[in-house]
Design a protein around this ligand. Structure first.
Ligand code: AP5
Ligand code: MG
Ligand code: ZN
Length: 213
């Protein structure tokens, strides 16, 4: 299955993607995670991406599309994928459609997860991340041992862009550049809508049920 997860920052894309990836046995591809791994390693891509990410802006389309294109060539993507945080602009979506068409495939569904700005700000301010891709929240979804990942035992960290000013800028960027994709995929008949403010497991169940239909 070829899936896209769409939604504002903090809606729960990454949280759902990890579970869906395990359930559906398809890889979770997060452009945000790829950028953060490159920032950590200090690669040229990381240095470029950091300036955009820290100011709540999007990394340029050509750079982002190239990264996704090369990731899709990996063996594990043959039977599908879950794109988390890509595409994020109309040009990215158009280039992605073209890329898939050249491989004689297409997107099966777009999972649109929504949440209000006030919920988002609270969530991102309490978020804790693990390098393995898992996401926690100090109140809503705490790890068993404070500051440590339940699954891999690594130390959790706070994202540099989870500061209140940057969160506001990310929301603005979402509204201006990413929200038009809701209409884009609705017109293609691919959009499935979910309320991201329900408990995590409830949303997961609703997504899996609607994919079966
Ligand atoms: P990215 O890493 O994709 O960040 P984002 O879009 O801002 O989304 P988040 O990861 O913040 O939110 P999420 O929806 O994954 O929520 P999560 O599950 O963590 O991108 C970062 C940056 O990279 C961008 O700003 C941009 O600069 C760049 N970038 C990435 N992709 C790009 C692209 N395609 N083009 C250009 N630039 C790109 O959940 C949030 C919190 O809420 C967690 O603490 C979680 O535990 C909690 N939570 C989740 N669900 C629930 C629930 N149901 N109930 C209660 N709490 C919950
Ligand atoms: Mg995420
Ligand atoms: Zn971990």
């Amino acid at each position: 299955m070829r899936l896209i997860l769409l939604g504002p920052p903090g809606a729960g894309k990454g949280t759902q993607a990890v579970v869906l990836s395990e359930e559906l046995k398809i890889p979770h591809i997060s452009t945000g995670d790829i950028f953060r791994a490159n920032i950590k390693e200090g690669t040229p891509l990381g240095i470029l991406a950091k300036s955009y990410i820290d100011s709540g802006k999007l990394v340029p389309d050509d750079v982002t599309v190239d990264i996704v294109g090369s990731r899709l060539n990996d063996e594990d993507c043959r039977n599908g994928f879950i794109m988390d945080g890509f595409p994020r602009t109309i040009p990215q979506a158009q280039l992605f459609d073209k890329m898939l068409k050249e491989c004689h495939t297409s997107v099966d569904a777009v999972i649109n997860i929504t949440a209000d700005d006030s919920v988002i700000v609270r969530r991102l301010s309490g978020r804790r991340m693990c390098q393995c891709g898992r996401t926690y929240h100090v109140e809503n979804n705490p790890p068993k041992i404070e500051g440590i990942c339940d699954v891999c035992g690594s130390k959790l960290y706070i994202r540099d862009d989870d500061k209140e000013e940057t969160i506001k800028e990310r929301l603005r960027t979402y509204r201006e550049q990413t929200s038009p994709l809701v209409d884009y995929y609705m017109k293609k008949g691919l959009l499935l809508n979910f309320d991201g403010t329900k408990p995590i497991e409830v949303t997961t169940r609703e997504i899996l049920d609607s994919l079966k239909k």
